[in-house]
Design a protein around this ligand. Structure first.
Ligand code: MSP
Length: 539
């Protein structure tokens, strides 16, 4: 849904909740690792939208640099042709498929970006923050990063050194470059981290950055002159800007920096930069120093997610499992996919994907606990009340316990997902409540109560089914940010729209507001939420 959402910022100047993903290199197609970060950001922003906040969610692509240039050359096309093709044929379609509701999609080759980038670096140059010097040292094109000798692994020969991430030889660079005075910012950064203890999360990431900055920071080479696929330096067009310094600025160029001051005031500073832990230093050291140099406020939080691993290594384009996101969505469905990675891997830690684990969670949590609950309740309202939701007139202790359980689940999920980015914990709280409702139905045995035709018996039966349906109403709201299509199906099956309006208009706080689903709603047994899985496709 790139760049089209109409739920974004409206009205004047109140700050918006602004979340960004890294912008991805388009040398290849997106894989499970990229989708992991993008889905997490989507759930976070949908959650905040559902709190009724103004939200802005940004993703995009990083299109300059040697890696892209070489890939294009190897494929016999220009870098721009390569980027256009990959963005349109691979990246945007995947985000649409995964129901990512980003408000903008920034590409670093767009003029709205490159013009502003030139102004930004010119400003730093004019302020004396950039000077000319010579650089010699190792560089990894895979990371697009200058390396320190101590970070490298030994290669096959005495002279060969390998990048520790890509396990491929680094290249020796010897160029005349421009430098940014990063070294001057060590003390200011440390002061900032101390004054803003939540700036870098999780704690392990924060500690790593502190240890790094406590050593002496070196000035950063910010230009390259041996190739030309990049943003030219305005004062010396023989140089293009180092791809990272160009890319980091997407967070402000897309937000109206230098082009739309009103929008920029509303959006900046960003609320959360989501990053993989591999690119933490760029976001928590270099980017803040650049912003300090420019006199701009710093983002409020940089949150690092762990890696999806394959065979003990970071999943990457070079060591793919051969499993693309769409291989999983075609088997498990998009919503289960969005759910699984966030539920199975505590955000911030590394985790491995396994087909077996996904299957087990799909079956027990989604199909049995949640899907069956929804279909049983709809079936019973159909059978005992002709599909018209009865009123709860005989509530007692058991119903009170369910209401309390819901209130606790909403409070926990709101804190964990909305504030702590603990998606696994928030989902666990919601599914704890689903389990509680299942337990409530087993205990109350409505199928037995249905045999009692007395007025009391009917009132009891009505109360049990209302309680279960109302619990599902709340569950649909809570799960909407994570599994939007499923939540929509459930909303339709509960006939909730007639009394409560669209699911998208419901709020997190309203989820806990017991008794919203009106008696008289038309409950239908809709499509099965999580159908039985087919056999695992042969690999
Ligand atoms: N272009 C830079 C980012 C610039 S941001 C100003 C870049 N791109 S990337 O395509 O290589 O990867 C970006 C991000 O994708 C990672 O930091 C991370 O968020 C995500 N992931 C890539 N592989 C991943 C895993 N195996 N696991 C989890 N996330 C991963 O770096």
């Amino acid at each position: 849904m790139a760049a089209t959402a109409d739920h974004s910022t409206t009205g004047a100047s109140a700050p918006a909740y602004y979340v960004s993903t890294p912008i991805y290199y388009v040398n290849d197609r997106p894989h499970l690792g990229h989708a992991y970060t993008t889905v997490a950001g989507d759930v976070l922003t949908r959650w905040h939208r559902q709190r009724g906040e103004k939200v802005w969610y940004l993703t995009g692509t990083d299109e300059h640099g040697q890696k892209i240039m070489r890939t294009a050359e190897a494929n016999g096309v220009t870098p721009q042709e390569w980027c256009d093709k990959l963005v349109e044929e691979a990246w945007k379609p995947l985000w649409e498929h995964l129901e990512i509701a980003n408000d903008d999609f920034i590409r670093t080759t767009q003029q709205r970006h490159t013009d502003r980038v030139q102004e930004f670096v010119q400003d730093l140059y004019d302020k004396g923050e950039i000077y000319k010097g010579g650089y010699s040292g190792p560089y990894c094109v895979g990371c697009e990063e200058f390396k320190l000798p101590a970070e490298l692994l030994d290669g096959a020969t005495a002279d060969e050194k390998l990048c520790a991430v890509h396990k491929r030889p680094v290249e020796w660079l010897e160029e005349e470059n421009y430098f940014f005075r990063l070294s001057a910012y060590g003390p200011k950064l440390l002061e900032f981290y101390a004054a803003n203890p939540d700036f870098i999360q999780p704690a392990s990431a924060r500690n790593e950055v502190l240890r790094f900055v406590e050593q002496d920071l070196k000035d950063l080479s910010i230009s390259r002159s041996t190739f030309n696929w990049g943003v030219p330096l305005p004062w010396d067009e023989k140089h293009v800007l180092y791809v990272w310094v160009d890319a980091l600025q997407n967070y402000i160029t897309a937000a109206g920096y230098g082009s739309d001051p009103e929008r920029f005031a509303e959006l900046w500073p960003a609320s959360v930069h989501l990053v993989g832990k591999d690119i933490l230093r760029f976001h928590a050291v270099i980017w803040p120093a650049m912003l300090m140099a420019a006199g701009l406020p710093l983002p409020k939080r940089v949150v690092a997610n762990g890696w999806l691993m394959v065979g003990g290594e970071k999943m990457s384009k070079s060591n793919l499992t051969g499993i693309a996101p769409t291989d999983l969505t075609s088997h498990f469905g998009v919503d289960a996919y969005r759910y699984y990675f966030l539920r199975a891997i505590p955000f911030g830690t590394d985790g491995s994907f396994s087909w077996e684990d996904f299957t087990a969670r799909y079956t027990s949590e989604l199909a049995n606990d949640f899907g069956n609950l929804a279909s049983r309740v709809a079936a019973m309202v159909g059978k005992y009340f002709d599909g018209v939701l009865p009123a709860a007139t005989a509530s007692g202790e058991a119903e009170k316990a369910v209401q309390d359980g819901l209130a606790a689940a909403v409070a926990a999920a709101d804190r964990k997902i909305g504030e702590d980015l603990d998606f696994a914990g928030g989902l666990a709280a919601i599914f704890e409540f689903v389990k509680q409702v299942n337990g409530y139905i087993s205990d109350q045995e409505p199928w037995k109560v249905a045999k009692d035709d007395s007025a009391e018996g009917r009132a009891r039966l009505a109360t049990i089914l209302y309680t279960a349906a109302e619990s599902l109403r709340a569950t649909a709201v809570l799960l909407n940010p994570v599994m939007p299509s499923t939540a929509e199906k459930l909303w339709a099956s509960l006939g909730a729209e007639a009394g409560l309006g669209a699911l998208a208009a419901q709020t997190v706080a309203g989820a806990a507001d017991w008794g919203r689903l009106p008696a008289g709603a038309t409950v239908t047994k809709g499509a099965i939420l999580f159908p039985r899985l087919e056999e695992k496709p042969a690999s």
